[in-house]
Design a protein around this ligand. Structure first.
Ligand code: DHE
Length: 543
């Protein structure tokens, strides 16, 4: 039998995994099996991302029954209905959840959380498939696609990615993937594209094939967000790594077959309290260019694990104690320092990937959310890395040059004021003088549908607003404008206009120099586009 034959797609995702309803408690409303299943599904789909599978809390508050029973049914129902300015969505008044479902969720939260099953080597190997073995793959590029300027675009709600040619704006192909691919990463050679679905499924796509397609796949957990590939000299395309939310673990795989090789659990002690945490989820993973290491950010325990892949048998992991709730981040412009947001702690941690040590924890504004951040030369303070925030309009610029600007290094040297909170991503390019800041989660529809752009040489001048949603020509829906991404040369910026699944979405391309609309990509196949990853910029960590 082939590996993967036993793979059961109907049990593909955390929300569909059968789990037993924990025992009833006196005074707590009991749910029928059907109600429990429904609530569990809603919880895993809508709530677990912020509150955790076991409800220990992270971006969202802890919702363990000792706390929820204290708050009581009425409070929970109202909170779910109306949301909060702290970032809790208004599930009731937005119409996302009908009144019965809101009440069901309030009851569900009063009950003990179910524990989903583990997912180890056996389960991984059962899902592992090599569709085209390395020896049967092309030995040179067989297509005339300008691969370096190709964009891998997440089509969130259809479980697909679109490969879009950055020159012609044509959709080269739409490939089936895991559900709601979270990120795309490129191997050191630029040949292989790795994507990971929310359901933990990784597709390895060979961009040298006549028609780029999946050559191997594996599922590494039941809920996941991150994948990366070895970048250090001598290890190009050799290994891949992926991190899971559930079970809390990361796995190192063979880089051209995805064969799972080594699984490491992230369960352990929280950095500040030294209490045990059963569900420390793996957030961002990056690969160092300075050493044979992966930098694995563990959310709930606040550890940055520097994993040395030089010798997998005697795996050496340096545990850097940073701050709880690590989420997303990227390198400084030299590639030596890694900057990561501890979002619920309003801090950015800085790691020296050459010396493997924590340089600083920098205080920022409320809930920093950089994506990979934006690097540029500040006219006064030299090289900076920047982040915008979910919880405020601030944009924090942090000095990153300890050699020539030691007084500014690892300090917020300037705070800009953007359009508002609800920002997810910020971007610039070495060839550009523009700094772009999105605000897709801002409650004001107009702000969510537009972006702010700053002139790096005149930051004090404030920002210009570009109505990207309006430029898309789409008139209905929320039109959330999300994630600026540059083309290879840094002459164009691409934005997703992310609408509901049954509404039209688009990609809007802006000329970077003139800040004028250049092109709109609309296609029935372009359903719920979110993240976009330019091959060259992702391969070389240009941002
Ligand atoms: Fe993301 C990056 C987790 C919601 C689009 N997101 C990341 C990373 C993590 C993460 C850990 C860093 C990966 C890395 O670098 O290795 N995201 C989460 C969540 O837990 C959260 C809050 C809730 C959830 O249930 O998933 C969440 N993310 C979203 C969205 O709703 C977004 C906007 C749309 C979507 O597609 O789901 C979204 N996340 C993205 C994108 C990136 C990302 C586009 C990569 C940005 C980049 O430029 O690198």
């Amino acid at each position: 039998t082939q590996p993967g034959d036993q793979y059961q797609p109907e049990h593909n995702i955390l929300s569909d995994i059968p789990t037993e309803q924990p025992g009833a408690k006196p005074g707590v409303p009991q749910l029928s099996q059907a109600e429990f299943e429904k609530a569990k599904k809603i919880y895993f789909e809508r709530c677990a991302g912020c509150h955790g599978v076991l409800r220990g809390g992270a971006t969202g508050k802890a919702l363990t029954p000792d706390l929820t029973r204290e708050l009581g049914f009425d409070y929970l129902r109202d909170f779910i209905t109306y949301g909060s300015p702290g970032g809790m969505p208004n599930w009731g008044t937005s119409g996302d959840l009908p009144k019965e479902d809101v009440e069901l969720m309030a009851k569900y939260l009063l009950n003990d959380p179910p524990t989903p099953p583990e997912f180890g080597m056996k389960e991984m190997r059962e899902t592992w498939k090599v569709i085209i073995p390395p020896e049967q793959r092309p030995t040179r590029k067989m297509n005339d696609i300008n691969v370096e300027n190709l964009f891998s675009v997440t089509l969130r709600d259809t479980g697909e990615i679109a490969l879009i040619d950055g020159g012609s704006y044509k959709i080269v192909s739409v490939l089936p993937t895991g559900y709601a691919v979270h990120i795309s990463r490129i191997s050191a050679s630029g040949r292989y594209l790795f994507v990971i679905g929310r359901d933990g499924k990784i597709n390895l796509i060979d961009l040298w094939m006549e028609k780029p397609d999946t050559v191997a796949e594996v599922k590494i957990g039941l809920e996941a967000r991150s994948v990366e590939t070895s970048k250090f000299k001598g290890f190009e395309d050799k290994y891949a790594i992926a991190g899971a939310y559930w079970p809390p673990q990361f796995v190192i795989m063979n880089g051209d077959t995805l064969e799972p090789m080594k699984i490491t659990s992230t369960r352990g002690m929280i950095v500040d309290t030294q209490d045990y945490h059963p569900e420390p989820r793996v957030a961002a993973i990056v690969a160092s260019h300075f050493s044979p290491t992966f930098i694995v950010n563990v959310k709930e325990t606040g550890k940055i694990m520097v994993v040395n892949y030089d010798d997998l048998t005697n795996l050496k992991i340096t545990n850097i104690e940073a701050e709880r709730f690590l989420h997303d981040g990227g390198f400084d412009r030299t590639g030596r320092y890694f900057m990561v947001a501890a979002n619920a702690r309003n801090k950015v941690g800085v790691v020296d990937t050459k010396e493997n040590k924590l340089m600083a924890l920098v205080e920022t504004s409320t809930t920093p959310h950089p994506g990979r951040g934006a690097n540029f030369i500040h006219p006064k303070f030299g090289p900076v890395w920047s982040t915008s925030h979910l919880g405020s309009e601030a944009i924090s610029l942090i000095g990153t040059d300890p050699e020539k600007h030691p007084d500014q290094a690892w300090k917020v040297v300037q705070e800009l004021e953007g359009q508002g909170g609800g920002s997810l991503f910020i971007k610039t390019h070495p060839n550009s003088k523009n700094l772009w800041v999105d605000t897709p989660l801002n409650p004001e529809a107009e702000i969510a549908a537009s972006v702010a752009v700053f002139d790096i040489d005149n930051l004090d001048k404030g920002y210009e607003v570009l109505p990207i949603g309006e430029w898309s020509g789409i008139t209905e829906g929320t039109r959330r404008v999300v994630q600026p991404e540059y083309n290879k040369d840094g002459t164009e910026v691409w934005f997703s206009v992310w609408n509901a699944k049954d509404q039209q979405s688009a990609i809007v391309i802006v000329d970077d120099k003139t800040r004028k609309l250049k092109h709109v990509i609309k296609d029935p196949k372009l359903v719920t586009p979110t993240g976009k990853f330019n091959v060259y910029n992702t391969q070389k960590d240009v941002y």
